[in-house]
Write a protein that binds this ligand. Structure first.
Ligand SMILES: Nc1nc2c(c(=O)[nH]1)N[C@H]1C(S)=C(S)[C@@H](COP(=O)(O)OP(=O)(O)OC[C@H]3O[C@@H](n4cnc5c(=O)[nH]c(N)nc54)[C@H](O)[C@@H]3O)O[C@H]1N2
Ligand SMILES: Nc1nc2c(c(=O)[nH]1)N[C@H]1C(S)=C(S)[C@@H](COP(=O)(O)OP(=O)(O)OC[C@H]3O[C@@H](n4cnc5c(=O)[nH]c(N)nc54)[C@H](O)[C@@H]3O)O[C@H]1N2
Ligand code: SF4
Ligand SMILES: [Mo]
Length: 714
């Protein structure tokens, strides 16, 4: 192996670190062999994950030596379309010069950034990128928020007064858990940072409790527990009925509601019309089932309803999250041991704002559509329109870092929009489908090549913190994102940059009552900050001036009114499309690793046998899936794990980047099917509608795809 490929700090010695692929941030050990091979294992001494890790983390070793990884900056010649190697200094000089001229001609708000999911797992990256945008003076910040949890945060802002008030289920003490729109056995938990979450869920049943999974698909989690099938995108109807039963059958904890909330009477009036017998035609959930679940939530001992991306990224995502929390609150489960509890938060220093007082919702509005920001981010589904629509604030330059919006965001028109920019820079470890349209592609260091601290441990029922040094040497010509933003900032005279990753992290650790030195010396495998969530802390999580939870904010009535509007003209799109995540895949970017290659079923469209028969498609056959926005070709997998009327396809495919193995898959991007029109986005958080997309399906004659929407650019 050459020096271009990562080598060990100390060959064959094992180094301790943690995973930054998904929320539990499991402890890892990393060993680099004499041959340069990198072996990644779970760290049995990590007090949080106790050796648990998954196949994706194991594959990180292969990523270190992946020949398709970016190892030098690239510059695309716009005439030929070819990428050529370029020296860092030349790349940064030219990027800065072109940014300067965009700012000069059109103002700072012509510059935008899309910061992708891995950015959220790197404290220095997040801090420097945000500093850069603030110092430049632009408000065009896009992230996966609008494809992930924005509606969760919006609901929290409306209910509790802060988007940062994010309750979690108290897994180790609960007796009854409803999981709606999440698949923790595959996703490993989200807005719920719990390593080996499956074992924690099984623990509930072992203690004599219940776990009920409400999902249009008999998911891996549904299979392991009780499954209640529901039609895709109809959760608001189901929850309205659940609340209806709570009020009707006297299951409301009146003392709690009187002491801590406002708006219960309005809420009761709103749900009065939604007898479960009436919503069954929408949801497919039998009324007895809804009734039983409402009673169990109120009466089975402490419990909670927990939802995630399946319920967040739908047409009524904020409404669903509001109703979900209202169910937890009305049954007295909020802030109760075993219920819907608040995660760990460091005590703020005297005079400083608490976590709940931070974060913004609706403090600015998108130029197109007038959507409120969520934590400073705007709806990414509008990116193409923000680039192509003239006027003050039209985006002319875009920096994408650790993101792949071409495959992760509703993508109609996005490729052409990206190519029309004056400047597009991608900072990534691969040449991805978005970087393909960029003028510059800058190679970043991988997580194993960076020092960092855990970021999401505070969303955990047993919060923990860990620091790590880089455990693998980085290739000579790659840089960390914070260095890139710092160096661009200095070329643009943006003033004093942040004080360096170490100082930033030291500050955060001080807030946790710890320090880098303490953790490195005494807790190299991580430190548990609290064994379980604290309860009796409701007051510090409510930011409304009246100190109460608002059960009936005006948005609730407005969204409800939108929900019950009679459907417009009958649709010729009879099916609803939802997404699915696979154990061996992470969004759009771990598909180039041989170790993670899955079965053909992994990328197929799953459809119920009745629907397959009705539409004439067969198992293993090819078919065309159409929505209002686009069409893709799929391979069909007929399976009764789907509820009739709803089909499922994974996102993040449709590869045509610099990753040869990934490109070989014929799976196409389901995000071509998602709507980008402002009026079709979820109203309160600008959520992309990724679950419950109306589609139709028609069989294709032969196995080879003909004229696929996505293959066009290959
Ligand atoms: N239809 C549908 N669409 C979805 C979803 C869905 O459920 N259904 N889920 C949504 C969700 S929850 C999310 S979070 C988004 C994700 O959306 P994105 O963040 O836009 O996309 P990712 O696929 O996570 O791509 C991450 C990119 O970062 C690169 N990368 C990895 N590590 C690093 C690093 O350390 N530094 C840098 N600079 N780059 C790195 C990878 O090579 C990859 O190109 O997708 C969303 N899109
Ligand atoms: N292996 C793997 N792990 C991951 C990721 C990955 O891509 N692969 N991504 C990571 C990221 S970025 C995130 S945000 C988390 C997400 O974490 P989760 O939200 O737990 O992950 P999903 O598997 O998308 O779970 C969504 C579930 O909702 C269901 N669903 C879809 N539509 C509906 C609906 O209309 N109603 C209801 N009730 N259910 C519905 C789906 O069938 C699915 O089972 O996972 C993280 N972990
Ligand atoms: S579950 Fe997530 S954090 Fe844990 S090893 Fe797997 S990818 Fe990494
Ligand atoms: Mo996500």
């Amino acid at each position: 192996m050459t020096d271009e490929i990562g080598t060990a700090m100390h060959p064959s010695q094992s180094a301790t670190t943690f995973c930054r692929l998904c929320e539990p941030q499991c402890g890892l050990t990393v060993r680099v062999g004499e041959d340069g091979g990198v072996e990644v294992r779970g760290d049995p001494e990590n007090p949080h994950s106790r050796g648990y890790f998954c196949v994706k983390a194991r594959a990180l070793g292969d990523m270190q030596t992946d020949p398709d990884r970016l190892r030098h900056p690239l510059r695309r010649d716009r005439r030929t379309g070819h990428f050529e190697r370029v020296a860092w200094e030349n790349a940064l000089d030219e990027i800065a010069a072109r940014l300067s001229s965009v700012v000069q001609d059109s103002g700072p708000r012509a510059v935008a950034a899309y910061l992708g999911n891995p950015q959220a797992f790197s404290i220095p990256h997040a801090a420097y990128a945000r500093w850069f945008l603030r110092a430049l003076g632009t408000n065009h910040l896009y992230t996966p928020m609008s494809q992930d949890g924005g509606s969760r945060l919006a609901a929290s802002a409306l209910l509790y007064g802060s988007p940062m008030t994010l309750p979690i289920p108290d897994l180790s003490r609960t007796r009854f858990l409803i999981v709606i729109g999440a698949n923790p056995l595959v996703s490993n938990g989200s807005v719920l940072s719990q390593a080996n979450v499956g074992s924690e869920l099984r623990g509930i049943v072992r203690r004599g409790g219940r776990v009920v999974v409400i999902d249009p698909r008999r998911s891996e989690t549904a299979r392991a527990f009780e499954h209640v099938p529901i039609r895709g995108g109809t959760d608001a109807w189901f929850l309205l009925s659940l609340l209806h039963v709570l009020f009707r059958d006297g299951l409301v904890d009146r003392a709690f509601v009187a002491a801590h909330t406002t708006g219960a009477a309005e809420l009761a009036a709103l749900v009065a019309a939604h007898d479960p017998a009436r919503t069954e035609t929408k949801t497919g959930v039998p009324p007895e089932r809804t009734q039983e679940l409402a009673h169990a939530l109120a009466r089975s001992g402490p419990g909670a309803i927990y939802g995630r991306t399946g319920t967040c990224t739908q047409a009524f995502g904020t409404l669903v999250n509001l109703l979900q929390d209202c169910a937890n609150i009305l049954t007295g489960n909020l802030d109760r041991p075993g219920g819907w509890v608040f995660p760990f938060a460091a005590d703020p220093p005297p005079g400083a704002p608490s976590q709940a007082a931070q974060g913004s919702y609706g403090s600015k509005r998108s130029r197109i559509g007038g959507f409120p920001d969520v934590m400073g981010t705007l709806p990414a589904a509008l990116l193409a329109r923000e680039i192509t629509t003239p006027g003050e604030g039209q985006i002319r330059a875009l920096i994408t870092s650790a993101g792949n919006p071409m495959l992760s965001v509703p993508s109609a028109g996005l490729g052409e929009a990206l190519r029309s920019l004056d400047l597009h820079v991608s900072i990534d470890i691969y040449l991805n489908e978005t970087g393909r349209h960029a003028d510059f592609v800058l190679p970043a260091a991988t997580m194993l090549e960076r020092e960092d601290m855990t970021v999401l441990g505070s969303q955990s029922p047993a919060p923990f913190v860990q620091v790590t040094r880089a455990v693998v040497d980085r290739p000579t010509d790659v840089r960390e994102e914070w260095e890139i933003f710092r160096d661009l900032g200095s070329r643009l005279d943006l003033g004093e940059p942040p004080p360096g990753p170490q100082v930033i992290m030291e500050g955060a650790l001080r807030g946790l009552g710890s320090s880098w030195q303490e953790l490195e010396e005494h807790y190299p495998h991580g430190k548990i900050l609290a064994a379980r969530p604290r309860t009796g802390v409701l007051d510090r999580w409510i930011s409304h001036a009246d100190g109460r939870v608002h059960l009936s904010p005006p948005e609730l009535a407005a969204e409800h009114a939108r929900l019950i509007e009679p459907p417009r003209a009958p649709s010729n799109l009879p099916l609803r499309l939802i997404g699915l995540r696979e154990t061996r895949s992470l969004n759009s970017w771990m598909h180039n690793l041989r170790r993670l290659r899955g079965s053909p079923k992994a990328t197929a469209l799953r459809i119920h046998p009745d629907d397959a028969e009705r539409f004439g498609v067969t198992d293993g056959g090819r078919a065309r899936l159409r929505s209002r926005s686009g069409a893709i070709t799929v391979t069909v997998c007929v399976t009764d794990e789907m509820v009739p009327g709803t089909v499922a396809h994974p996102h993040g495919w449709g590869h045509e980047g610099g990753w040869r193995l990934a490109n070989a898959s014929d799976a196409e991007s389901s995000n071509c099917l998602a709507d980008t029109a402002p009026e079709s986005l979820e109203r309160c958080a600008g959520m992309a509608v990724l679950n419950g997309i109306p589609v139709s399906i028609t069989p294709l004659k032969n196995r080879k795809s003909s004229g696929s929407a996505h293959g066009a650019g290959k």
